[in-house]
Design a protein around this ligand. Structure first.
Ligand code: SAM
Length: 325
């Protein structure tokens, strides 16, 4: 039976963060000084995360995306993914990664039952990549992408577009979709860390499309079920595809199908809402019914629309690394 929220949206997608730790320090994701990491004791065990996943599936979730921080830095992740993949009723197990550790982990991820990967990549230039990630080595990520391809993963790259920082690479990324079977999705920069003057960094999706249209013919693709918030486009003759995700200029709240759980057990119905339910008491009670009920509360109280304003940030600053994007 479909899981519906208070305005009739079907909620079938859980983004489950397994760690707030990351091996990059992307400037759009966390402040320069890093984030106050949750002490190890505050991070849920795999057993607790598994119980959350099972409870979520029991109420109607059929797609789980594992996220972080960087999920591949957490020890034991492969075994955990194997367990998740075996949950009856879970149709899609997918994962998002920055690709740094993919070269040596791609085959294991595939064997564990992960069906698809989203790989975050914001520049094809080593210097710009380093500037954005503050410590990343582009060559390692590219090697990771190659390894993922060899293992049979479809490749989907997510680029956070920032004016004056990497927007000059929009065409280079789009070209990847024409020269290889790669899906490239352009994401509008969101004010996660409440950076002063954040608006100047946002390149609206409409502008991205206009720029792309100067060189490419873009044909809107049919929206696949469970496709997420991207508007996708096909380029005639290209083996890949393009998508744009526009949380700032054109929100997609009416189609939002997701809930989120952080690595410390806070469930949220909306990235930009301060309302959350702490799942730890339900976990400690040992009752899967209570846990399912707590997740159900998040679904029932899911905001109709996010409160992010284009002028000001009304939400508290937060780190995407603790919520998982
Ligand atoms: N480490 C993994 C990764 O890099 O994919 C998972 C966590 S990361 C927080 C998840 C997603 O959030 C990434 O695709 C990232 O690009 C996106 N993200 C983080 N901060 C963002 C921001 N300020 N605006 C737009 N997207 C953001």
């Amino acid at each position: 039976m479909a899981l519906l929220d208070s305005i009739g949206r079907t909620i079938n997608y859980l983004r489950l963060s397994v760690t707030d730790r990351c091996n990059l320090r992307c400037r759009y994701c966390m402040p320069e000084e890093g984030i106050g990491k949750v002490a190890h004791g505050g991070i849920l065990s795999y057993e607790e995360l598994y119980r959350i996943a099972r409870a979520a599936v029991s109420i109607g979730i059929d797609k789980i995306r594992i996220t972080g921080g960087e999920p591949l830095v957490r020890k034991g992740i492969i075994k955990f993914l194997q367990q998740l993949a075996e949950i009856p009723g879970l149709e899609q197990l997918v994962l998002t990664t920055n690709g740094v550790l993919l070269e040596r982990m791609a085959a294991d991820l595939r064997a564990a039952g992960v069906q698809r990967l989203n790989i975050s990549l914001d520049s094809l230039d080593p210097g710009t990549f380093l500037q954005i990630s503050r410590c990343g080595d582009l060559a390692r990520v590219l090697a990771g992408i190659e390894a993922a391809k060899k293992c049979g993963f479809p490749i989907k790259l997510n680029m956070v577009v920032m004016r004056g920082i990497n927007d000059h690479e929009i065409m280079d990324f789009a070209t990847l979709a024409t020269t290889s079977a790669t899906t490239v999705r352009f994401i509008e920069y969101m004010p996660a860390i409440r950076e002063h003057g954040w608006q100047r960094l946002v390149v609206p999706g409409g502008e991205i499309l206009d720029r792309l249209a100067e060189r490419f013919t873009l044909i809107p693709a049919e929206q696949a079920e469970m496709a997420g918030p991207a508007r996708n486009f096909i380029i005639p003759g290209a083996s890949g595809a393009l998508g744009i995700i526009t949380p700032v200029s054109h929100h997609f709240c009416s189609d939002c199908n997701r809930i989120r759980v952080t690595a410390s057990g806070l469930a949220k119905g909306c990235l930009f809402s301060e309302s959350q339910v702490d799942l730890k008491p339900s976990l400690q009670s040992g009752s899967s019914l209570l846990l399912a009920g707590a997740l159900g509360t998040i679904v029932a109280t899911k905001p109709v629309c996010h409160q992010m304003s284009q002028e000001e940030c009304h939400h508290q600053a937060f780190s995407m690394a603790s919520i998982g994007g």
